[in-house]
Design a protein around this ligand. Sequence first.
Ligand SMILES: [Zn+2]
Length: 305
Amino acid sequence: MTAIKACWGCGNTGSFRYFKAFERMYGLKQEFLYFECPKCRSIQIDETPENLGDFYSTDYYAFTPLNRSSPIKIVLKKWRWKLFKSNIIKWKIPEYYDWIKNLNILPESKIADIGCGNGQLLYEMRSCGFTNLYGYDPFLQEEYDESGLKMIKTDFMSLDLQFDAVMLHHSFEHMSDPTKVMEKLSTLLKKGGELLVRVPVSDSQIWQEEDINWFQLDAPRHLFIPSVRSLKAMGDKFGLKLKKLIFDSNEFQILITKHYKKGGSLVNFSIESFTSEEITQAMEMAKKYNEKEVGDQACFYFEKL
Ligand SMILES: [Zn+2]
């Protein structure tokens, strides 16, 4: 007897729209069954593959070595962040400034990055002057414990700690049972603490228009892609109030999806195959999508009540 299938987002058990998606990152073309929930619009894999680890090759983010900065560069990075925080510089800044500037954090705040990959973001944050950083990733190659930055190879579900801020940068969609994940994230936060979830969203226009060619479907690594509505509701359930939502999609939703549509895979994607005009157009399109809140990814800022 097969168990009744339920949406991980809202618990709905029926009338799913089933579809088949292909592995496209490595061009394996293997097929996986997914469904979209008609109630909360989340996308979910039908069965999590038992050999999921086989679909993360050695060049995956967690496996690449940390790119360290020289002591001089670290001093310069600390100054760049200070000048940015004081509104003195506003451009030519690294992308991650945009993600962390909206968190209400101090240099000594205790901050965790769940699914930290090789920990590069935390390393950069330490260079900015943050002194109490923790990274967790079950695929981490090298554990790290050096003044103010600790990276541990573990599944965060077993943690018994509390943080001022917790971040998930494109790791939430790789986890099964997202409701349990949100519940755990809530327990990891102090009252008034903040949670940043950066994730692809099913509200995206590119998903509506290009269906299974949308590159952030990323079968079978992406197990669950929420809609804005479903992730907000999941937060509400565990005392996590959505305070801010910023769409941060970029030109790759258009360019890589176009490449997939022609039968390409991510490993043979090259930005050089597009003209500068096509790239500019895609960037403008992404900007428009973000303004209309139909970009293919967003930053969710929750506050623990
Ligand atoms: Zn649902």
